[in-house]
Design a protein around this ligand. Structure first.
Ligand code: NAP
Length: 256
């Protein structure tokens, strides 16, 4: 896959990234069908196909159950080939999400993520917003924690997984990257994403298949043809689905 620049970060990413919610979490989620968590062999096969296909950005989070731990066991031998995106502010406790955006919680979360991912740095560290994007960015000390983590080298780029237009616009003041839902079914954030992309932020789309409710080819083409989207994280457990997404990205009819 031809790689794309992720905003001003200097990172070159394949347009298809691997989203890993399903590696560790199957409760309190919005997928089109219920599913069992994958076996260690299935996770290893998925990871191997990501490497083989040139997928070089993997998105995870403490909120995705043991996704980070499962990835850590595999990434440890391939760290230089993979960019890791993880998040802080949301945890998965007894099957539900719990949020804390205090600086102390963010720092503790990142230290735990580094241990689970078996690495000394996170390439992209995002605040895992619960929807109160602007409040998190302006009324908590989370951004200060991100800045210090970046300065120490524990995070190379920082940002927010946002859910609102106002949050995306606010993020442009202090962030390198925004992640946001965008699909044929969910276009409400388009103008804000375009504005911050013009401002130099990297934009990673999620839920391009509307969590499995859309047909893959038109859905992926729609997202990746937007000039303000650098990469789309596909949340799959199936190596054939990842391969199909890569084929679609490689043969885009609009933007190349
Ligand atoms: N920051 C946040 O708040 C947040 C929220 C949600 C998601 N995310 C990130 O974004 C990623 C993607 O989001 P998502 O997983 O919710 O949604 P998604 O990528 O829109 O949809 C994933 C669903 O589509 C199915 N699928 C994938 N490729 C397919 C294909 N070629 N044909 C048929 N079905 C296909 C998958 O099933 P199979 O497993 O069978 O392929 C899965 O159930 C997540 O994994 C996570 O990394 C972040």
């Amino acid at each position: 896959m031809v790689r794309r620049q992720l905003g001003r970060t200097g990172f070159a990413v394949a347009p298809i990234a691997l989203g890993t919610t399903k590696l560790g979490r199957n409760t309190d989620v919005k997928y089109s069908a219920s599913f069992a968590l994958p076996s260690a062999q299935e996770v290893a096969a998925l990871f191997e196909s990501a490497l083989k296909l040139g997928v070089n950005l993997i998105d995870t989070a403490p909120a995705y159950g043991d996704s980070e731990e499962r990835l850590g066991a595999l990434v440890v031998n391939h760290r230089a080939e993979i960019m890791l995106c993880t998040k802080a502010g949301e945890r998965y406790v007894n099957g539900r999400s719990v949020f804390d955006f205090s600086a102390a919680a963010i720092v503790a979360s990142v230290e735990a993520s580094l241990r689970r991912l078996r690495t000394d740095h996170i390439d992209i560290l995002l605040l895992h917003s619960d929807g109160r994007d602007v409040e998190i960015l302006t009324q908590t000390d989370a951004l200060g924690a991100l800045a210090r983590l970046k300065q120490s080298g524990k995070a190379r780029a920082v940002g927010i997984s946002a859910k609102t237009n106002a949050g995306i616009i606010e993020a442009a003041r202090s962030c390198d990257i925004v992640m946001a839902p965008f699909s044929q079914k969910e276009t409400a954030l388009a103008d804000a994403l375009a504005a911050v992309h013009d401002n130099g932020l990297g934009v990673v789309a999620i839920k391009g298949l509307f969590s499995g409710h859309l047909r893959a080819r038109p859905a992926i083409e729609f997202v990746l043809n937007q000039p303000f989207i650098d990469a789309l994280a596909i949340g799959t457990l199936n190596p054939a689905h990842l391969e199909a997404a890569v084929e679609i990205a490689e043969n885009l009819r609009g933007r190349g």
